[in-house]
Design a binder for this molecule. Sequence first.
Ligand code: TYD
Length: 218
Amino acid sequence: MSLFITFEGPDGSGKTTQISLLAEHLRAMGHDVLITREPGGTSIGDQIRTVLHDVKNVEMMGETEFLLYSASRAQLVREVLQPHLARGGTVLCDRFADSSMAYQGYGRELDLEAIRLITQFATGGLTPHLTIYLDLPVEVGIQRKQTAYVAQAGEWNRLDRQTLDFHRRVRQGYLKMARAEPDRWLVIDATQSIDDTQAAIRARLKTLLSSVRKVRTA
Ligand code: TYD
């Protein structure tokens, strides 16, 4: 059975750790798990990522930024995600289309309807079965990211340079999307321990898997 799970959340919310723990769990259950990320995940996507994250690109317009994320996404969907899902595999993706809605839509305040339309085109309508949002107060996220950067364990990109207000709008945007589609979203308080967060994810996954099985046998 193919399964597409995406992880969203502010920088520093622990997505990478949670993704590897979940992958371990799913592999033990026999799933063929592929981990990937946005922007990137393909050779073309990684080249686009370099342009997007380069702190020298101060003149980049919000529209350009959104279209570049969408271009990377269109490539990832067709080159990697669709083939793996078509083989019955499971995909865990670090960020997906909801990041564009949160950062470019709510954060940069670009037209939400235009983002929806272009995203539909870029993804070919591919939507996650489950989206896990690791929620963190904005200040805590920025603090964690800075600590990682100072410890040379993380990169400092163009998006990190945004104001506190920008990051607050992004968070509110995520929470709004999660409220609008509660069946797809799982919001988790990411200030909890790594183990508690992972336990909440696994509990929700169990429910999801049993409901999919019910539909299949019905
Ligand atoms: P990344 O280094 O992958 O960090 P993170 O750990 O936060 O995922 O940086 C990705 C950055 O790109 C992050 O600041 C959010 C931003 N982004 C967008 O603004 N729009 C998008 O559509 C995507 C996929 C990412």
